[in-house]
Design a protein around this ligand. Structure first.
Ligand code: FES
Length: 81
């Protein structure tokens, strides 16, 4: 492994077939996962998506849970005068 690859946490040799899947948590929003994914829910059902990046709902407001439908963006508006 060269210094740059080691610094980035990657390996460039052919003996390593491992590729870590990246997950990004958006503050106040979804959990972004590199797809395709299959999500197993507590009741045992499995939801799947073939998208390149999948937004998983972290707020439980989505009508298409476990996937994000942007409902997390809706907030109560104050009366402005
Ligand atoms: S995180 Fe987007 S609807 Fe829940």
């Amino acid at each position: 492994m060269n210094d740059e690859a080691e610094e980035l946490g990657t390996q460039d040799d052919s003996t390593s077939a491992r590729q870590d899947r990246r997950v990004r948590i958006v503050a106040g929003g979804p959990i972004m996962v590199e797809g395709p994914v299959q999500v197993e829910l507590p009741d045992g059902t499995v939801a799947s998506s073939d998208r390149v990046v999948v937004a998983l709902c972290g707020c439980r407001r989505s009508s298409i849970y476990p996937f994000c439908d942007t409902s997390h963006r809706r907030r109560c508006r104050r009366n402005r005068q």
